[in-house]
Design a protein around this ligand. Structure first.
Ligand code: SF4
Length: 501
């Protein structure tokens, strides 16, 4: 292979989506989780493996680790869940105290091993490994330019574009300048862990769209998408990687060097990380996700609370929201009782085979079952984090009414999702989004709830403790912090122009 990458199988590993239909309960999916580890006294593979387990919720299609032992790279990248992708022998074979890892759910590029990560490139000055969470919006332009210079690509993913650009720059510049030059050419959302030979780096895009944080271990440092990965290693969260910052983990384990390569007036943190994607036990941009979700629930009560007999979450996604909502209601003297009225079957996977629409609609009964004594004859507030297509909400309202609920009121801990995401979240197309062309009242009518309340963008910003202009809410407003073909740009991010190549 011209760039040293593992040969791509001529018959790709089974397309993870083939033969499967999304259930009515499948929601938006995160693209990826990334991690990088630099240690002094042991191999990095096992801590990386544990970290990938902690980040499994961010991607289930492929998992990979690349390490470096000071002389050469070792890699193992496989389709499937972390637990299935590695054997004990695989972990043992990944020698070296520095490494990076990746779990992937694809939104850009193919669903096969050619796009699985970490991506590796061998070039004249050494070996490069790269793990990416996010999505570039100018990947095609950069790829075309690199291809014109003779770079051969083995995948249609944007991560390979970053890897080739960086490898090219490293032939002419030192590490920090090379990273800066690449960051100046790519446009979009990216949190990266990179390994140049045995040096591990973490990079967050200048708007800080996707999370990335630094942790300290007894014998080294780690950069990871979420702090839950650091907890898994018994490490201490040091801080978030700042938007536009490059951190270089020192190979002697003594610390890390920081380079603030780009600064913007506003960040564009993805609000949906806090609402939906991130683990509740992670701390992102200084806030514990669980507490943010409870605060979103409290804001929801303040904006559209209704005093019903019971308030119940859609498990598991609505639980923290519903608990905050019920607490705020009780603080206000409402008689509403918090109750778990829907029980989840934990053994039904994220997706499973449901060939017909009729059978797909039964998916909700396979996955969630109401507790009749909690619901029958009661007025119910059902709390969830978001409504995307509306199918699940419709089915849940029907389920509770079939079970004897007197009224079902839906409360949602986010604003209406009305536009697609181009930054690495597999949301839905505009046509599929129930809020794309409907008012709240029209949606209430469609899902047949007795009332429906969403949270306002300002309340989301308040719960996150952020300035509204420092959040990406492109999927709510249709205005994005990046220059995306055919879409409006959020005026607050006018200082984030698309690079001219
Ligand atoms: S468009 Fe929505 S999901 Fe995508 S990055 Fe922005 S806030 Fe997150």
């Amino acid at each position: 292979m011209p760039d040293g990458r593992d040969p791509v199988p001529s018959s790709p590993t089974e397309n993870a989506n083939s033969g499967r239909s999304e259930t009515a309960l499948s929601g938006p999916t995160e693209k990826c989780g990334v991690v990088g580890v630099s240690l002094t006294e042991r191999d990095a593979a096992r801590p990386l493996y544990y970290s990938l387990y902690a980040l499994q919720h961010r991607g289930q299609e492929s998992a990979g680790i690349v390490t470096h032992d000071g002389f050469q790279q070792h890699d193992h990248v496989e389709m499937g869940l972390v637990g299935d992708a590695f054997t004990e022998d695989d972990i043992e074979s990944l020698r070296g105290s520095a490494g990076i890892g990746h779990v992937r759910y694809p939104t850009a590029g193919s669903v096969d091993k050619s796009c699985a990560q970490p991506f590796t490139v061998s070039f004249r000055s050494g070996a490069l490994g790269l793990s990416h969470n996010g999505n570039l919006v100018n990947a095609d332009e950069v790829r075309d330019e690199l291809a014109a210079e003779g770079h051969a690509f083995t995948s249609d993913g944007d991560t390979e574009v970053i890897a080739h650009d960086l490898a090219r720059n490293l032939l002419e510049e030192d590490l920090v300048r090379a990273v800066k030059r690449t960051m100046g050419r790519i446009h979009g959302s990216y949190s990266l862990t990179i390994m140049q030979d045995d040096t591990v780096l973490g990079v967050r895009d200048p708007e800080g769209n996707r999370p990335l944080c630094i942790g300290e271990l007894d014998d080294g440092y780690v950069v990871a998408s979420e702090s839950a990965a650091i907890d898994t290693l018994d490490g201490e969260l040091v801080r978030d990687v700042r938007p536009g910052e490059l951190v270089v983990l020192q190979p002697d384990g003594e610390g890390f060097d920081s380079y603030q390569l780009f600064e913007r007036e506003h960040t564009a943190h993805c609000f949906f990380e806090h609402v939906y994607f991130a683990r509740p036990d992670s701390v992102i941009d200084g806030k514990l996700v669980y507490e943010v979700r409870r605060d979103l629930g409290r804001e929801l009560w303040a904006e559209s609370g209704i005093d019903t007999d019971v308030v119940m979450p859609v498990p598991d996604s609505g639980r923290a929201f519903a608990s905050g909502y019920a607490d705020a209601a009780q603080d206000d003297g409402a008689s509403v009782e918090f109750a778990e009225g829907l029980m989840k079957n934990r053994y039904v996977g994220r997706t499973f085979i449901m060939p017909t629409q009729d059978e797909r609609e039964r998916a909700v009964r396979l996955k969630l079952n109401p507790i009749k004594s909690t619901v029958e004859g009661k007025t119910v507030t059902l709390v969830d984090d978001s409504i995307v297509r509306g199918t699940t909400s419709t089915q849940l309202v029907q389920l509770l009414k079939d079970c004897g609920a007197a009224e079902v009121h839906m409360r949602i801990g986010a604003p209406p999702i009305a536009a697609p995401c181009y930054m690495g979240i597999n949301m839905a197309t505009r046509e599929e989004l129930i809020a794309a062309d409907r008012s709240t009242e029209e949606i209430r009518d469609e899902i047949e709830a007795d009332s429906l309340g969403y949270l306002s963008p300002d309340a989301v910003a308040a719960a996150l403790g952020e300035d509204r202009d420092d959040l990406c809410m492109g999927c709510v407003t249709g205005e994005y912090p990046y220059d995306i073909d055919g879409e409006e740009m959020d005026p607050a991010h006018a200082d984030n122009p698309r690079p001219e190549l």
